[in-house]
Design a protein around this ligand. Structure first.
Ligand code: FCX
Length: 428
């Protein structure tokens, strides 16, 4: 992977130069303030991290390098990984090298097949996915070489890149094996070196041979890849890796955060939510009925899944990209129709809910993704977050490669007690 390494190295030098300049001129400059409500409110809106793989503009959405979603949504996940790491799309030679590397590393270790088969059938697919990744931790070349004279600190990123490619190359096969063996009770389908990541995944899942299905998976893997550094999964993964726990530990940890209903599990919960609406109101509910349903959910203290965001203040452009796909390929899907009706109804309700307390009343990516997967035959919704995770590991890996390349230290913010806070505030 000489070309990829060369390009990451180039980027690392540019970003490293910028950091050196910033530190030289501004090491003690204050760039923000911390309000008590932020300290006690999940650090919301507190600028406390630098992450160079991607950036989320509250009013424009995700950017990878300078590219907005419409500018990268047609690419392959492999190209997106390149962009996250190297800050540029690969040319033909660079892409050929990456494809070769992925194929060469795609074979699962032998134990993995019996491991997957041995895991209890009732385990959530995210638990299985995270455990499968963790089970390969002993194979980390970072771990194996750490502390040897051959591995200097300046090379940590290279070993992490090596581990990342080893891991990423196996993920579609692992995810598909979980779907087929655990959720369908069927035999796995072989990986094909002729196919790219998303086409391979589509083939190995074996649920739908329509071209638009692999197109949906491609889009899905591209849209979920990264969402800057402060979200639960990316931050967890980065914190774990900052202790020099290898990328297998870090990816597994990040996925455990993604598995929560306020984060990645929301795509599963959204599908269940829509199914609940259809079970109660029929397959073509009216907007009036949906309004009553939503009000009832809120009165019972439940959150509306797929709505709201910690950073975004608009309809998530990832939601819009999926909507465009749905309108093109499956406009008559009953679930998609309900997604649209929810989009018409929910923001207006959330705007006034709790006296206008909901910071973003608009839909996020999870409000629609599951309905599209369901339409194409992925009906075991426990798998939806695995697909989210499969894509998000691209971001975890790229973030750690860059952070180690830029010599970023272990992450260790300071916490305080109520007493400390009260004393401090009394003195002011
Ligand atoms: N339904 C009902 N109430 C909501 C809400 C929703 N969809 N979104 C926010 N609120 C409520 C919060 O519960 C909070 O109330 P409280 O102070 O009484 O507890 C209040 O509004 C303020 O929260 P807010 O600042 O708007 O949101 P946060 O940054 O704290 O949380 C999430 C953001 C995404 C966690 C929140 O909007 C939510 O729970 N949404 C539903 C779950 C979801 O869709 N998650 C996926 C998000 C994302 F795309 C991803 O990570 O995958």
């Amino acid at each position: 992977m000489e070309l990829l390494k060369k390009n990451v190295n180039k980027r690392k030098e540019i970003l490293g130069g910028e950091i050196a300049d910033i530190l030289k001129n501004h090491a003690d400059t204050t760039v923000g303030e911390i309000k008590v409500k932020q300290l006690l409110g999940g650090m919301r809106g507190m600028t406390s991290l630098v992450c160079n793989t991607s950036f989320v503009d509250p009013y424009k959405g995700l950017f990878i390098s300078e590219y907005s979603i419409p500018e990268f949504e047609d690419r392959l996940p492999e190209e997106i990984f390149y962009l996250l790491c190297a800050g540029k799309f690969p040319d033909d030679d660079e892409m050929a090298e990456l494809r070769e590397e992925i194929n060469a590393r795609s074979k699962l270790p032998k134990f993995m097949w019996s491991f997957i088969r041995s895991l209890p059938k009732k385990m959530h697919p995210m638990t299985l996915f995270s455990m499968c990744i963790l089970s390969m931790e002993g194979r980390s070349v970072f771990k194996q070489n750490y502390g040897t004279p051959e591995m200097t600190k300046a090379q940590y990123w290279e070993y992490t890149l090596e581990d990342s490619l080893n891991l990423l190359s196996k993920l579609p096969t692992i995810a598909a094996a979980i779907y087929r063996i655990h959720l369908l009770g069927k035999q796995p389908i072989d990986y094909s070196p002729r196919l790219d990541w998303s086409n391979n995944l589509a083939q190995m899942l074996g649920v739908n041979s329509e071209r638009s299905f692999s197109e949906l998976l491609r889009l899905y893997l591209v849209l979920h890849c990264d969402h800057e550094g402060g979200n639960v999964s990316a931050f967890t993964s980065r914190v774990v890796n900052s202790a020099l726990s290898n990328i297998y530990y870090a990816a597994s940890a990040g996925l455990n955060g993604l598995a929560g209903p306020l984060h990645g599990l929301a795509n599963q919960v959204c599908l269940q939510f829509i199914q609940g609406i259809h079970a109660q109101l029929g397959d073509s509910p009216t907007t009036d009925d949906i309004t009553a349903y939503i009000n009832n959910e809120l009165e019972n203290g439940r959150v509306i899944p797929g709505y709201g965001h910690a950073v975004l203040r608009i309809t998530d452009p990832r939601f819009s990209a999926f909507m465009e796909f749905g309108n093109k390929y499956c406009p008559n899907s009953a679930y998609l129709q309900t997604v649209k009706k929810l989009y018409y109804v929910v923001p207006n309700i959330l705007k006034d809910y709790k006296g206008g307390k909901v910071a973003n009343p608009y839909p996020n990516v999870d409000a629609i993704s599951g309905s599209l997967l369901y339409h194409y035959g992925i009906k075991k919704y426990g798998f939806y977050t695995v697909l989210f995770g499969l894509s998000r590991v691209l971001g975890f890996c790229a973030q750690s490669v860059l952070a180690l390349g830029l010599n970023q230290p272990i992450i260790r913010p300071k916490s305080v007690t109520n007493k400390w806070l009260k004393d401090k505030l009394e003195k002011q």
